[in-house]
Design a protein. Structure first.
Ligand code: HEM
Ligand SMILES: [Cu+2]
Length: 598
């Protein structure tokens, strides 16, 4: 086909589509990856606000135990916060649902769902995902699972409250405590729907990346974002089914009298009938997903920042191939380290030492990535956009959380701080903050592509600095609580005189949590205001090389009005010597005698 005829047929195709488009097919049951990406983002933002409010609620209790906060009664009702004092059962439920929503709904569904959907077709030069229909289903499973998870807040016995890992026996015996009943059933139902969503999404991402790349887009010309999404999707497809089977066996134990996870249990002095099972089996199954899950939330964030750091340093990413290699190495290693969550389960110290070894190995590819980010920034002609600040924020939290990871990886040291606030501090910094910073970076950078509007930069800077300072204000002091022995998931520390001297730290943490939460108001305002009233986005606001900036600002079905662009170079041709401009998009042919950038 000639250029004209492709253009012509694409145009006809468009006309035909508009004819049939209704409100429902455009905004609700859309099969267009760009719209699905926005649906994921908006759902994740709403879920994130809910989970963040929960953390403020339980931080009020931890900072000022026993004090009355009428806001708690206003939001949670008399049953759970009479006279403004949080009920212990609800405390544990809030911790559980906060963790579940943050990890799965915001940083797994929200991050991958938004950016894999937006960027995979646009950056590889495809008209859409391999299957638009399955893509739509993936969003709707995600949406329904969110609703099921939230619905547990409104039932008589309250939401699941065994922690986000839902270890048996609390999760296996409906009579164990209020949250072990219907709340836990809803948790399991919600997670099952969530897993279906992830698998549908992940398979689609993999097939699309492998099969639908445009002409010239070889695997070594692929942007690092896409590499990160590919490895993430593979991790999800290999590990989520294991969580699914863990949940299924749990449902059997709960409802059909089996005993996979239960053995010799006494409740209120009475022996139950279960024999032969072991809760440790559950821990193995859970963490076989649980650890890769950490990278399922981290890798997309790292991919987004590779792109943003290179673009805003106006320099090629340092060590492109090493970055791919370390993504693959991290992905592989993440499957053989899960035992580091189980050092205190009575595992053989020899087996423990193997998990210590494999865990420490992950430090190598992680350090390679950090080194490459810093070397890319080094002597760059840095443009400080909000996206760039959040990306640098990610590098910072990835380093500071990674260092405490070295301590937790050593079984002999981990035993001392296991299940204390040291662990909470570690995982929030290395994965919670890094992933959320990466997600914010992504939103600031690709908002113009998603909504055709610019976000306000000044509000973005204010949002970044307040978030960055309060994030460290919340999670840095928690290390000291942990080293002093303060356990996690405890309703109050005021019952233990030895922790009295730490009350100041607890208050400080809670104050920063409140400041951080308020700061997110700036983002929410900016996000929704700019979506409707923001300045119109130019074609290529960040002067970036990747293909998504060659599509029209107004979204059209099929992404490019004419032929799909052909790729001639890698995505990181910034500040090439003797080039006219400091960036050369991927679809610009190589000049006579020009060699490839890497
Ligand atoms: C507003 C910022 C946040 C604050 C103040 C906060 C605070 C807390 C606190 C105090 C706990 C209870 C720890 C325990 O007792 O074990 C907790 C649990 C948790 N948080 Fe956050 N968090 C925040 C953001 C996040 C983010 C962004 C993530 C995403 C990874 C996250 C994931 C979790 C998880 C997985 C748990 C564990 C729940 C459990 O033990 O079952 N949090 N959070
Ligand atoms: Cu782990």
């Amino acid at each position: 086909m000639t250029h004209e005829s492709i253009h012509h047929s694409a145009h006809e195709h468009d006309d035909h589509d508009h004819h049939e488009e209704t409100f429902f097919s455009k905004y609700v049951f859309s099969q267009d990856h760009k719209m699905i990406s926005k649906q994921f983002l908006v759902t994740a933002v709403v879920m994130g606000v809910i989970a963040m409010m929960m953390s403020v609620f339980f931080r009020l209790q931890l900072g000022w135990p026993g004090e009355k906060f009428m806001i708690l009664e206003f939001f949670l009702g008399e049953k759970w916060a009479k006279d403004g004092i949080l009920a212990p059962d609800m405390y544990l439920a809030l911790v559980t649902i906060h963790g579940t929503i943050m990890v799965f709904f915001v940083l797994t569904g929200g991050l991958s769902g938004t950016f894999s959907n937006l960027l995979i077709p646009l950056q590889i030069g495809a008209r859409d995902m391999a299957s638009g229909f399955l893509n739509m289903l993936s969003y709707w499973f995600f949406f329904i699972s969110s609703i099921v998870m939230i619905s547990s807040l409104f039932i008589e016995t309250g939401p699941a409250s065994g922690g986000w890992t839902v270890y048996p026996p609390l999760s296996a015996l409906p009579q164990a405590m209020p949250g072990s009943g219907l709340g836990m059933t809803l948790w399991l139902a919600s997670m099952s729907l969530f897993i279906v969503s992830s698998l549908l999404g992940g398979l689609n991402y993999i097939v699309t990346i492998v099969n639908l790349r445009t002409k010239g887009m070889s695997m070594t010309k692929l942007p690092l974002t896409i590499w990160a999404f590919l490895v993430t999707a593979i991790l999800g497809v290999l590990s989520f089914p294991v969580l699914f089977s863990a949940a299924l066996l749990l449902i059997f134990d709960r409802s059909f009298g089996t005993s996979f996870y239960l053995s010799d249990i006494y409740i209120a002095g009475q022996a139950l009938e279960n024999t032969g099972g072991s809760p440790i089996l559950y821990e193995h199954l859970f963490w076989f997903l649980g650890h890769p899950e950490v990278y399922i939330v981290l890798l997309p964030a790292l991919g987004l920042t590779s792109e943003i750091i290179s673009t805003n340093s106006r320099k090629p990413i340092f060590g492109y191939r090493a970055m791919i290699g370390s993504l693959l190495a991290i992905g592989f290693l993440s499957f053989i380290v899960w035992g580091h969550h189980m050092f205190v389960t009575g595992m053989s110290p020899f087996l423990g030492s193997i998990f210590v070894f494999t865990t420490l190995l992950i430090a190598i590819p992680s350090a390679v990535k950090v080194f490459n980010y810093i070397t890319t920034l080094w002597k760059g002609n840095i443009v400080f956009t909000p996206a760039m600040l959040f990306s640098i924020g990610l590098v910072s939290s990835f380093i500071s959380g990674g260092l405490t990871g070295l301590i937790l990886a050593d079984s002999a040291l981990d035993i001392n701080v296991h299940d204390t606030y040291f662990v909470v501090a570690h995982f929030h910094i290395v994965m919670g903050l890094s992933a959320i910073f990466g997600m914010f970076a992504g939103v600031y950078h690709w908002f113009p592509k998603m909504f055709g509007k610019m976000l306000n930069k000044k509000l973005g800077f204010a949002h970044f600095w307040l978030t960055f300072v309060s994030a460290y204000g919340v999670f840095f002091p928690m290390h000291f609580l942990g080293l002093a022995g303060v356990p996690r998931r405890y309703y109050t520390n005021s019952a233990f005189p030895m922790f009295d001297q730490l009350i100041g730290i607890n208050e400080l943490v809670s104050v920063f949590a409140i400041i951080g939460a308020i700061a997110q108001g700036i983002f929410l305002y900016n996000f929704f205001y700019s979506m409707f009233r923001g300045q119109r986005a130019p074609q290529n606001p960040w002067r970036s090389n990747t293909l998504e900036w060659t599509t029209p600002v107004e979204h059209i079905h099929g992404n490019w009005p004419g032929a799909i662009p052909v790729v001639h170079r890698w995505p990181y041709d910034y500040s090439k010597p003797d080039a006219v401009e400091d960036f050369i998009p991927q679809n610009v042919p190589l000049k006579e005698g020009e060699t490839e950038g890497h």
